[in-house]
Design a protein around this ligand. Structure first.
Ligand code: SF4
Length: 394
């Protein structure tokens, strides 16, 4: 059934969920059959999908195995005090789920991902495997020149693995395709801020996840269909819930059950860090002029804040405080994947910024394969109740 033929938002969300939970990547297999191009997986958080698309390759987001996968061999590659996503990702690689991929990109996120790229190289020597260095210097002459070289190298490597040569025209078209897609995601985020009861985060999340395992064209079709169904939705009514931002979910994702639990505990999530690649650029990337330079400059100058990104002159947490204000949130859930260095090293600075702004917060850790949510439900429920009491008292 095409996305536009689905009769309501709940059913669209269910289809999106079954798609992203199918680790055999059926949409990728379909796409490869019809296009003949290579499919290239990427780990969170950001890769230049436009470049891959322009060369006839399909970028495929790989965010681990969540709570669906039993880890049999993945644990052998990592110590116990390392987050969960690399274990389930290597498990997916070793159990053949990712065979349809012609390569994997590992963007510079943290040492764990760097090590995973090395493991992947050893285990899958015939595939394209690349650690994608992104600049931590944001001067166009330094970080920009470096990143452009990195993208040119990646482009050449893609050609060696079956992709076509890059052309300015095709890159301009791809930039426009992703701009359209990201604009729809931004619209949905705005709609959720305005009417969080209309756009449950647990449903929006499934759409965001499915959007990275289908082609950008199909993702846009799905987002348009979802938007139209929300416009027609009349049964969802507002409830007395606390408006919160859920931060810290930029890499390893919490299980869907945890997101539902937070909503059931009395929270409307009105902004979050889920699948940040959809919103990594705050604005549309210009498509006129030199498109590769535009991609580079957008990365340098228009990226959102992330624990994986060095902030030279900036102040960690400032952007989060701005997001709380913009989304009219009453508090912040500060999440972190267990053993995630980038998230946990940022947390003291982030909560300092929230304290300075007088914004209530509560923090907890999670893992993608958490099975028990009761403790977090009680914590988030108490937080939501106290927000309601404070805001009514003030
Ligand atoms: S969850 Fe954190 S530590 Fe683990 S791979 Fe992601 S950024 Fe690195």
């Amino acid at each position: 059934m095409s996305w536009s033929a689905i009769p309501d938002a709940e059913q669209l969300g269910a289809k999106a969920e079954s798609l992203y939970r199918d680790y055999q990547l059926p949409a990728v297999r379909r796409w490869k059959k019809s296009s003949g191009g290579p499919a290239i997986g990427y780990m969170p958080i950001y890769v230049p999908r436009e470049l891959l698309h322009a060369q006839g390759a399909m970028p495929v987001g790989i965010l681990g195995g969540g709570d669906d996968l039993e880890i049999i061999r993945g644990d052998a590659f990592y110590q116990s005090y390392i987050c969960h996503i690399p274990r389930s990702t290597i498990e997916l690689g070793l159990n053949g789920s990712l065979d349809v991929l012609d390569g994997m990109l590992f963007p510079a996120i943290c040492d764990v991902i760097r090590n995973l790229s090395g493991i992947w190289k050893m285990k899958f020597p015939d595939k394209l495997v690349r650690y994608l260095d992104v600049p931590q210097d944001f001067d166009r002459e330094i970080g920009g020149a470096f990143y452009r070289r990195e993208l040119e190298d990646l482009s050449a490597e893609l050609v060696r693995h079956g992709a076509r040569e890059l052309s300015d025209d095709s890159l301009r078209e791809s930039i426009r395709a992703y701009n359209d897609n990201c604009a729809l995601v931004r619209e949905l985020y705005t709609l959720r801020q305005e009417q969080p009861w209309l756009v449950p985060t647990s449903e929006l999340y499934t759409v965001l996840r499915a959007g990275i395992v289908v082609s950008v064209e199909e993702s846009t079709e799905m987002l348009e269909a979802y938007r139209a169904l929300l416009d027609a939705e009349t049964t969802r009514k507002p409830m007395d819930q606390a408006r919160v931002v859920f931060t810290g979910t930029f890499c390893e994702q919490p299980p869907l059950g945890l997101i539902k639990t937070l909503e059931r505990s009395g929270c409307y999530i009105v902004d979050d860090d889920f699948i940040q690649i959809h919103r990594w650029m705050r604005h549309a990337v210009p498509s006129e002029g030199d498109p590769l330079e535009n991609l580079v400059n957008a990365f340098l100058e228009d990226s959102i804040e992330s624990p994986t990104r060095y902030i030279d002159q900036g102040v960690k947490g400032k952007q989060l405080v701005e997001r709380v204000t913009a989304s009219r949130a009453e508090g912040v859930l500060v999440g972190a994947p267990s053993f995630c260095d980038p998230a946990l090293l940022d947390q003291p600075m982030v909560v300092d910024a929230l304290d300075a702004a007088g914004i209530p917060w509560t923090a907890f850790k999670y893992s993608e394969n958490n099975g028990q949510f009761q403790v977090i439900r009680e914590q988030a429920g108490t937080f939501a109740d106290s927000i309601k009491l404070w805001s009514e008292a003030s």
